[in-house]
Design a protein. Structure first.
Length: 338
C-alpha cells in the first residue's frame, strides 16, 4: 500500500493546525465590529446582534464582537465605508442588503465599492421574493391579479431595493398589471398603507413578510399569491412560481438571475483582506448557523435561518455582475424604467 495518502493527510493536518494557531494569535484580545447598514431595530440589525452574541466562540482566539449601526442611502454609506475606510484586516464585517450590487450594474454614481472584490462571509437567510396582498384588495390569486382591469398598486421604499426591484421585474417580464407607489420609509409603513386600502400589497422577501404579517396571513386577511424561486418555499408549497408564468426560456433565466432576494442579508469584509482570515470568518459564520443556542436565540428574535455560505454568495454576485451583455442590457432597462 502506498504511504503517500497518509503522508498527504499528515501534511494537511499540520497546515490546518498552523493556520488555526495563526488565526488564534491574531484574533485573541481583538474586537470584531459588525457594521449594519441600517438603523437599530430592523432586520439587518436584529440578525447582526443575534449573530454577534454567538459567533465569537467559533472564531479562534474568541474575539469580542460588537455591533454598530451605519444607516443611510439604503446601506450604501456603510458599503462605501467598508470599501474606503475599514482596514482590510478581517476585523470589520459589513452587513448590507444584497440588492445594492445592482447599483454597480447600472453604473450609478456614489458607489465607491467594487462588489466583485469584497470578501463574502455568508448570509443567514437564503430568502425568497414573494407578493402578498390584502384580501380586501380582491387580489387573492395570481389569476385575479392577471385579470385586474387596472394596475395594482404595490408599495416601494425606492429604487434598487428588493421591494422595488421585484415588481419591476414581474411587470416587465410577465406583463402583470402593476403600479409602483414609492416613497414609503419601510415595510411596516407599507403594511399599514395596505391595511388601510391605500395599497393592494407589495412584493418583498418572505423573511420579512412572514413575521410582519403573521397573524393576517393565518386569518386569511393577507394572501401570498406569487413567489420567485426555482422551487416552492417549504412555507409556501401551493403558491405559484413566477417561472411558471414565463413564456420563454430567456424570461425564466432573467427571473432567476435578477432575483437577489437570496442574498438580502449579506455579510462581507473589505477587499484585499487576507484569504486565511476570510476563510476563518466563513467557517465561524457557518458553524454559528448550526449552533443550538444561536438557533434558539434566532427563534426568540423572530428571524428565520436558512444560511448560504460565503463562497456561494460570491458566486451569486459574480453571476449577476458578469452577465452576458444582452442580459445585462435588459436588466438595466428594467431597473431604470420609470
Amino acid at each position: 500500500m502506498s504511504p503517500w495518502p497518509l503522508i498527504f493527510a499528515v501534511i494537511g493536518t499540520l497546515v490546518t493546525n498552523a493556520t488555526i494557531s495563526a488565526q488564534e494569535e491574531f484574533y485573541k484580545g481583538k474586537i470584531v465590529r459588525i457594521v449594519a447598514g441600517a438603523s437599530a431595530g430592523g432586520g439587518l440589525d436584529t440578525y447582526s446582534r443575534t449573530i454577534a452574541r454567538h459567533m465569537r466562540k467559533y472564531i479562534p482566539g474568541n474575539p469580542t464582537i460588537v455591533v454598530e449601526n451605519m444607516p443611510g442611502a439604503g446601506g450604501l454609506i456603510m458599503v462605501n465605508h467598508l470599501a474606503k475606510v475599514a482596514k482590510p484586516d478581517g476585523l470589520t464585517i459589513g452587513n448590507f442588503i444584497g440588492d445594492l450590487i445592482g447599483l454597480q450594474l447600472l453604473g450609478r454614481p456614489g458607489v465607491e465599492a467594487d462588489f466583485l472584490k469584497l470578501g463574502y462571509v455568508g448570509v443567514p437567510l437564503r430568502d425568497t421574493a414573494a407578493c402578498a396582498f390584502t384580501k380586501a384588495s380582491g387580489i387573492t390569486s395570481v389569476e385575479k391579479w392577471l385579470a385586474a382591469k387596472a394596475p395594482v398598486k404595490l408599495g416601494s421604499t425606492g429604487p434598487m431595493t428588493g421591494i422595488d426591484n421585484t415588481p419591476r421585474i414581474l411587470k416587465a417580464l410577465l406583463g402583470l398589471p402593476i403600479q409602483i407607489v414609492a416613497g414609503y420609509k419601510g415595510t411596516s409603513e407599507i403594511r399599514l398603507a395596505a391595511e388601510s386600502g391605500e395599497l393592494a400589497g407589495a412584493c418583498w422577501v418572505w423573511g420579512s413578510i412572514k413575521p410582519g404579517w403573521r397573524n393576517a396571513i393565518q386569518s386569511g386577511d393577507v394572501v401570498v399569491v406569487l413567489q420567485n424561486r426555482p422551487q416552492p418555499h417549504p412555507d409556501l408549497p401551493h403558491v405559484p412560481l413566477a417561472a411558471d408564468l414565463a413564456k420563454t426560456r430567456e424570461v425564466r433565466e432573467l427571473l432567476h438571475i435578477s432575483d437577489l432576494s437570496p442574498i438580502s442579508f449579506t455579510y462581507a469584509i473589505a477587499a484585499g483582506s487576507p484569504a486565511d482570515r476570510l476563510q476563518t470568518l466563513r467557517r465561524g459564520f457557518m458553524d454559528t448557523m448550526k449552533d443550538a443556542e444561536f438557533l434558539a436565540d434566532a427563534e426568540k428574535s423572530k428571524v428565520l435561518i436558512d444560511p448560504m455560505a460565503g463562497d456561494e454568495v460570491e458566486k451569486t454576485v459574480n453571476r449577476f455582475l458578469r452577465l452576458e451583455p444582452a442580459m445585462a442590457t435588459k436588466l438595466k432597462e428594467i431597473f431604470s424604467a420609470q
